[in-house]
Write a protein that binds this ligand. Structure first.
Ligand code: SF4
Length: 286
């Protein structure tokens, strides 16, 4: 069954509402160096179609209660470059529409705008991830340009589709200084909600980060491996540092009248919205 109850590897820090999850593709071609999914899925950066996805989804969807929340996607991007030709995500959306599902889209691609005609008639919200305006060629080498993502947010909002910004992950000394600018630009587009989190590397994403920013290697090692903490298989910054980083983002969000949440930080005082993933936007709640 390709559509499954969302259960991020039984992570106790996950505060997501009950939802289902579907990844129309296996792997992702965007090549983000900080990607967490690459440690779970073999050959992750080689994006490929799931065999007989549409036929399977047509069967699976009958086992999901009508009106359920479906997250698209959590371990890949629903709009990789090959979606332009394959049109698989759009066909999944058509099935979700038929079964009156609520759909939360999480993407880095402005290709989502192709499906505005469909999304307008659905209970949906779109969250777009923007982590940097300067270092996208290093951090997200094959994802669409972040300014195109901002334009996509603007377009979606103009069409009445609620949107959120995923400002995650924040990587110390890499994209911290851009936070305020990204939040301001996103708020101009009409975004209503922000989900943010700090970078929590596993070994593979850690090695990629260090190879791309070798000059920061000692400082990052000090923050993560010496002063940080290990939770499960991930390395976290220590909680005081995370709290400082997140509280600054919260203040900016409040000043811009944006609702705000964190993802798996275990900082409950830093969530002022009705959901951590932005799914409350589907109901028009902010
Ligand atoms: S877009 Fe998402 S799934 Fe794809 S590589 Fe980047 S972080 Fe991973």
């Amino acid at each position: 069954m390709y559509i499954r109850r969302f259960d991020p590897w039984k992570n106790e820090l996950c505060s997501c509402p009950t939802k289902y999850s579907l990844n129309p593709y296996t792997g992702c071609a965007h090549g983000c160096i900080y990607c967490y999914a690459s440690c779970y899925i073999k050959d992750f950066f080689r994006c490929r179609e799931k065999p007989r996805i549409i036929e399977s989804l047509r069967k699976d969807i009958k086992k999901v209660p009508i009106g359920s929340l479906i997250s698209l996607c959590n371990t890949s991007d629903p709009y990789p470059p090959m979606e332009k030709e394959k049109i698989i995500t759009r066909r999944c959306l058509e099935i979700f529409k038929e079964y009156e599902m609520k759909v939360l889209i999480i993407t880095k691609s402005d290709l989502v705008c192709r499906d505005i005609d469909l999304l307008k008639d659905m209970q949906t919200a779109v969250t777009i991830t923007i982590t940097t305006l300067k270092y996208h060629e290093k951090l997200e080498p094959y994802a669409p340009n972040p300014f195109n993502r901002l334009k996509a947010l603007e377009k979606l909002n103009k069409e009445g589709i609620p949107t959120g910004l995923r400002l995650d992950p924040i990587i110390p000394m890499v994209n911290e200084e851009e936070i305020e600018e990204i939040l301001q630009l996103a708020s101009y587009t009409g975004v209503k909600h922000v989900t943010t989190s700090t970078f929590k590397p596993r070994w593979d994403s850690w090695k990629r980060l260090i190879s791309v920013f070798p000059n920061l290697s000692n400082k990052l090692e000090n923050l993560y491996l010496i002063k940080g903490q290990r939770i499960g298989n991930s390395y976290y910054l220590n909680s005081t540092l995370r709290e400082n980083m997140i509280s600054k983002i919260k203040e900016i969000c409040i000043s811009l009248s944006l609702s705000f949440s964190t993802c798996r930080e275990n900082l409950p005082n830093y969530i002022n919205s009705k959901s951590c993933d932005g799914s409350h936007l589907i109901e028009g709640e902010v």
